[in-house]
Design a protein around this ligand. Structure first.
Ligand SMILES: C[S@@+](CC[C@H](N)C(=O)[O-])C[C@H]1O[C@@H](n2cnc3c(N)ncnc32)[C@H](O)[C@@H]1O
Length: 256
């Protein structure tokens, strides 16, 4: 998915929801950070994790936020303003400009499923992380990312259109073997599934419905249909039969 300025803004709001905070906390804990470490946040988006990492590694540590979207990097720079142990890198995960063994740990939240050549990205992560360094990455089981409530036929069409929004629908299933092939040991997967019953305007579900609508229209679904779908979501919420389910998975591993 292109993180255009509109979609980037929605994505940054999603990062600030309860569910966004939850996946950062899980990632953060998995990294087991110490003062003085050098950490890479691959696909840093608006810089929410980056700021927490920068504050944790202290003045002798350093964190790098990498993202190929200049709008996301601009937002991350603004969010991390005033911290002098943070730098930014406008690059793609598949070709990193860092030296071998440059980082003690690498974090990456909801990024690798958007990288077509995910094996090249994992090879690069493996190259830049020190032996014994930790990788913590979150990707979503997109086949289970689902709104419940609207007319089933229209709902199916909307979800079908959304499949093209990323390259890898079920990446967490493939991660342990891939990580092993790229020189990591001890891969562990922790599902962090959640259910939203509310569509209030700062809820993950509401923001996700905005994203899905934008994407479905880009895939040729008419505005009339996307508006009907959203109206039916609201109706189902009023009638107490709305739900939005997602299963992000935290995968952790250690570099050999
Ligand atoms: C869903 S956002 C997640 C952002 C952030 N990690 C967070 O949790 O809020 C996905 C991010 O991946 C970035 N991205 C897309 N393709 C990438 C690539 N090839 N290499 C690195 N980052 C990429 C996007 O620009 C976007 O900022």
């Amino acid at each position: 998915m292109e993180f255009s300025s509109d979609i980037g803004a929605v994505q940054r709001r999603m990062a600030q929801t309860q569910e966004g905070v939850g996946r950062r906390k899980a990632t953060f804990e998995a990294l087991n950070i110490s003062a003085g470490q050098h950490i890479l946040d691959l696909g840093c988006g608006g810089g929410h994790l980056l700021k927490d990492l920068a504050l944790s590694v202290g003045v002798n540590g350093h964190v790098v936020g990498l993202d190929p979207s200049d709008k996301q990097i601009e937002a991350a720079q603004e969010y991390c303003k005033g911290l002098d142990n943070v730098s930014f890198n406008l690059d793609s995960a598949v070709k990193l400009s860092f030296e071998d063994n440059a980082f003690d740990a690498v974090a990456s939240i909801q990024v690798l499923e958007y990288v077509k050549d995910v094996d090249s990205a994992l090879a690069e992560i493996s190259r830049v992380i020190k032996p014994g360094g930790r990788l913590a990455t979150v990707s979503v089981l997109w086949d289970h990312w689902r709104f419940h409530g609207p007319d089933p036929a229209l709902n199916d069409r909307m979800h079908e259109a959304f499949k093209a929004h990323c390259f890898h629908q079920m990446l967490p299933l493939e991660m342990p073997k891939k990580l092993e092939r790229h020189g990591f040991i001890g891969a562990q997967c922790t599902p962090m599934g959640f259910l939203n019953n509310s569509l209030h305007h700062n809820s993950f579900a509401y923001l996700a419905s905005t994203l899905l609508t934008h994407f479905a229209e880009g895939q040729g679904i008419s505005k009339e249909d996307t508006e009907r779908w959203r109206k039916e979501l609201d109706e189902s919420e009023r009638e107490g039969r709305f739900g939005f389910v997602s299963v992000p998975v935290l995968t952790t591993a250690i570099a050999k």
